[in-house]
Write a protein that binds this ligand. Structure first.
Ligand code: HEM
Ligand code: SF4
Ligand code: SF4
Length: 505
């Protein structure tokens, strides 16, 4: 059932990719940088927030006036900063939601990756509280609505003895001290938590992408500036606790649960919020999944070159002092609790070479369930099925199009991730006459289930990253199924046929 939801989600993302791929090159496709875009939006919020802070007065009487001053008198800078602050906050909610959905549908939240998933949940809470306290600080009618409803929500938590809602019965009861507390939370306390939370969130990942490409940042900022200039953020009327506000323009990104506080009750809204958060937190273990055996180091073949450490996307390999008395100073060591069995380290290991003629094919690091030796056997078997020109397809097990290729009668040599395939295997298939061409079908950069499978493969084949494809291999005989020159919406079989045509003399 979950697998079906994943598949449906991937299909939808795939459909979204078609128009995006027309507009952007792969490296600059926003769909490949959703987490990093969120960080960028939070940067805009921070920088614009610092400007607002310079002019903001943290008293009940001064707050509204200071924000009005920025919006109307200093519209050319303060007003733009205010609008940027608001629109970037709203955009962050959209990208957080998309980021979460994407990690889910691409199955990047189970096994050892539960950690990034679970630490994402408090981040969402903090971002929402940050946004809500922000609306509170303007002290207009919307702030009044937010303050009164939030107070009712907080009063439902049994740990507070004094009623917070009592603070909002009249202007006289509302103290500057309480207002200053809100300002402290919004301006200092929560931003510190956000920075710490993001650090925790990506702590286990190797080379996390926290910055989008420069052109994307410039384009996004420009679009936000234009929006801010054309449609500047504005306040409601000043808050007046003696009157109930009549017309409110709610920010649905942040305040969508607020109407429910009135329609249901604060208690039921808590049930909804805590319930949804708890379901998200337990998702990595529901249903339980059998853990695949982690990568295994064979010291006899490990020369301590560190390539597996450089290429493992999950920080699961480290170099430790040698234990077998050989001349090498270090050896690779895998932490089974962090290893997701992607095999990218095997693709990086210089000793994973199918040309070895003596002894068993045992590389320095290997996957017990999908070994380098079995991969060589599969190539030899696929090479025996002669067609002319003969193409061997290597397929990443998560690629949605493998089934279509198999249905069309073409044999697929499966790998856990395209990054598991050492370039020497491509050389082996072509130079030993097992194939006239090799096609790699895997997820494109940004969709890769194991983060760097597509990127490392492209770089190895372009001879920019070790282990590189040997110079004798004619790269026109290697097709990357996720890269141009295919038509945007060509399916795997059409790509295969086009590739076979291109190989004909
Ligand atoms: C303020 C909110 C958030 C920010 C700024 C953020 C940012 C990021 C960044 C920059 C990465 C690294 C991406 C990469 O290099 O591959 C990442 C990874 C991840 N995020 Fe978030 N994230 C946020 C919220 C969330 C939420 C709410 C969830 C889900 C509940 C989530 C789930 C994940 C997962 C599972 C990964 C790891 C993916 C992998 O192992 O390949 N994130 N996030
Ligand atoms: S890549 Fe292979 S040889 Fe190099 S350190 Fe890792 S296991 Fe050892
Ligand atoms: S299988 Fe993947 S996660 Fe495990 S050590 Fe190798 S590269 Fe890292």
């Amino acid at each position: 059932m979950i697998a079906k939801v994943h598949r449906l989600g991937r299909t939808l993302f795939g459909a979204l990719r078609v128009p995006m791929a027309r507009a952007f090159a792969s490296a600059e496709n926003p769909l490949n940088h959703i987490g990093a875009l969120t960080v960028f939006f939070l940067w805009i919020v921070l920088v614009s927030g610092i400007w607002l802070l310079l002019f903001f007065r943290t008293s009940v009487s001064g707050a509204f006036e200071s924000v009005e001053y920025l919006t109307r008198e200093q519209w050319y800078l303060g007003g733009i900063m205010r609008s940027l602050h608001r629109y970037a906050s709203d955009a962050a909610i959209v990208t957080i939601f998309l980021h979460m959905v994407k990690e889910f549908v691409f199955n990047r939240y189970r096994g050892p990756r539960w950690y990034s998933w679970v630490t994402g949940v408090p981040l969402v809470w903090i971002v929402f509280i940050l946004g809500i306290t922000g609306y509170w600080l303007v002290w207009d009618e919307l702030a009044q609505y937010v303050a009164i409803n939030s107070a009712e929500l907080i009063d439902r938590i049994p740990i507070f003895t004094d009623s917070m809602a009592g603070n909002f019965l009249s202007d006289e009861l509302l103290s500057d001290r309480f207002f200053t507390l809100m300002a402290f939370l919004h301006l200092i306390g929560l931003p510190i938590f956000i920075v710490f939370g993001i650090w925790m969130h990506i702590f286990r990942l190797t080379g996390p992408r926290i910055n989008p490409p420069r052109r994307m940042m410039a384009g996004t900022l420009l679009a936000m500036l234009i929006l801010s200039a054309v449609y500047p953020a504005a306040s409601h009327e000043q808050a007046n606790l003696a009157m109930a506000p009549e017309v409110l323009r709610l920010d649905w990104f942040y305040l969508h649960v607020y109407p429910l506080i009135r329609i249901w009750s604060p208690g039921w809204v808590w049930v909804l919020l805590v319930g949804v958060s708890s379901i998200i937190v337990i998702m990595p273990w529901a249903p339980r999944q059998k853990k695949e055996p982690p990568a295994l180091v064979t010291l006899d073949y490990c020369n301590g070159c560190e390539r597996c450490v450089d290429d493992c996307p999950f920080g699961a390999v480290e170099m430790v002092a040698r234990t077998d008395g050989t001349n090498y100073s270090h050896q690779a060591s895998v932490d089974p609790d962090l290893c997701v069995s992607c095999g990218i380290c095997v693709g990086a290991c210089p000793t994973a070479t199918p040309f070895r003629s003596q002894g068993a094919l045992l590389p320095g690091i290997d996957l017990p369930d999908r070994s380098a030796a079995k991969l060589r056997d599969d190539i030899i078997a696929a090479g025996a099925e002669k067609s002319s020109p003969h193409v061997i397809v290597f397929g990443c097990r998560d690629d949605a199009q493998l089934k279509a290729i198999e249905k069309a009668g073409h044999r697929v040599v499966q790998v856990n991730c395209m990054g598991q395939l050492p370039p020497s295997y491509i050389d082996f298939a072509l130079s030993r006459g097992h194939a006239d061409g090799v096609m790699l079908l895997g997820c494109q950069d940004g969709d890769c289930s194991y983060r760097f499978g597509a990127e490392w493969t492209e770089q190895r084949i372009a001879r920019q990253r070790d282990p590189m494809l040997r110079g004798r291999v004619d790269v026109s005989r290697v097709a990357l199924g996720w890269q141009a020159p295919w038509a945007d919406n060509a399916n795997a079989v059409q790509k295969f046929d086009a590739f076979v045509e291109s190989l004909k003399p």
